[in-house]
Design a binder for this molecule. Structure first.
Ligand SMILES: [Fe+2]
Length: 252
C-alpha cells in the first residue's frame, strides 16, 4: 500500500522506482492512493492510466477525488479506481472492489473520516454494511481510511480488527511510525506517508506554507518540486483467513 501521490514529482518517483520496489518486495498486489496525482489536487484520467501502467492494481482516493471532473466518467465505468465508500448515495463511482490476480481475490475498501473533515456518512456503519458481502467472497481485505485524526483512524482499525487484513491511514501525508499487527491480526498504520517531494510541507512548497502561516491569508498552496520519494507499507498475509503476518514501513 503506497501513500498519497503528490503531483508530477510523486508520479516521477513511481516511474523511476515502483517496478523495482514491486520486484524487491515480491508484491503480489499494489494499492496506491492517487487523489493528489494531478499537480497536488485531484487525479486526471492520464494519471489513472499511468498509475495502472506502472503497476497499481487498485487506486484509492479521498476528499480530493472530486477536484477534476474529467475523472468522473472514469470512476463510473471502472472499479479499479475508488472514491470513498461513505459519500452519501446516490454518488458516482465505487467505494470498494474485489479484483482477481493470480489465484487470489483481493478486496479493497476506501473510506473517509469525518473528524475535521466533511460530515459525510458514518464510515464505520457503511463498511459494516458491505463487509459481510465481501467476506463471503474473500478474506483478503485492505482498507484505505482517508482521515485527518489519529484517533478516528485507530478507532476504525480496532473496529475492523480480525475482520480485514489491513487498515492503512492516508490523507495527512506524514508517515507515522506506529505500524503494527493488532490483537486479532489486522495490520495497521496511522498514515502511509507521501509519494512526493522530500523537502516539502505535506507536499507543498515550504516557502508558500510559511507565508500562509505568517499572513493567515487564504493563499493557495503550491505543489513542491525537487527530489522525491515513495512511502508506504508492505503487508504480508496468510491467504486462508486473510490474517496479517507482518507490516513493514518503507521510504524509497
Ligand atoms: Fe486527502
Amino acid at each position: 500500500m503506497i501513500g498519497d501521490v503528490s503531483g508530477s514529482a510523486g508520479m516521477g518517483a513511481l516511474f523511476v522506482g515502483l517496478s523495482a520496489l514491486i520486484k524487491e518486495e515480491k508484491a503480489d498486489f499494489v494499492i496506491i492512493n492517487g487523489e493528489n496525482a494531478a499537480g497536488g489536487f485531484g487525479i486526471a484520467e492520464s494519471d489513472y492510466r499511468q498509475l495502472k501502467a506502472m503497476g497499481a492494481d487498485v487506486i484509492t482516493s479521498g476528499n480530493h477525488i472530486w477536484q477534476k471532473e474529467e475523472i468522473y466518467p472514469v470512476l463510473s465505468s471502472n472499479d479499479d479506481i475508488l472514491r470513498p465508500l461513505n459519500y452519501p448515495e446516490p454518488c458516482i463511482g465505487h467505494g470498494w472492489t474485489i479484483r482477481r490476480k493470480g489465484q487470489l481475490d483481493y478486496a479493497v475498501i476506501n473510506a473517509q473520516g469525518r473528524m475535521q473533515m466533511a460530515p459525510i456518512d458514518d464510515p464505520m456503519r457503511r463498511i459494516e454494511q458491505v463487509l459481510r458481502e465481501i467476506r463471503k467472497k474473500t478474506p483478503l481485505i485492505f482498507v484505505d481510511f482517508h482521515a485527518e485524526t489519529a484517533e478516528e483512524k485507530e478507532a476504525m482499525a480496532f473496529f475492523l480488527d480480525g475482520r480485514v487484513t489491513a487498515v492503512a491511514g492516508t490523507h495527512t501525508h506524514v508517515q507515522t511510525a506506529d505500524e503494527r499487527i493488532l490483537p486479532q491480526k489486522t495490520a495497521y498504520i496511522t498514515d502511509l506517508g507521501i509519494t512526493g517531494v522530500t523537502d516539502a510541507v505535506i507536499g507543498s512548497d515550504p516557502q508558500k506554507s510559511i507565508e500562509r502561516q505568517l499572513t493567515q491569508l487564504p493563499m493557495k498552496s503550491e505543489v513542491a518540486s525537487g527530489p522525491a520519494h515513495i512511502q508506504g507499507v508492505v503487508i504480508e498475509a496468510e491467504t486462508a483467513a486473510g490474517r496479517a503476518i507482518s507490516i513493514k514501513r518503507f521510504t524509497k
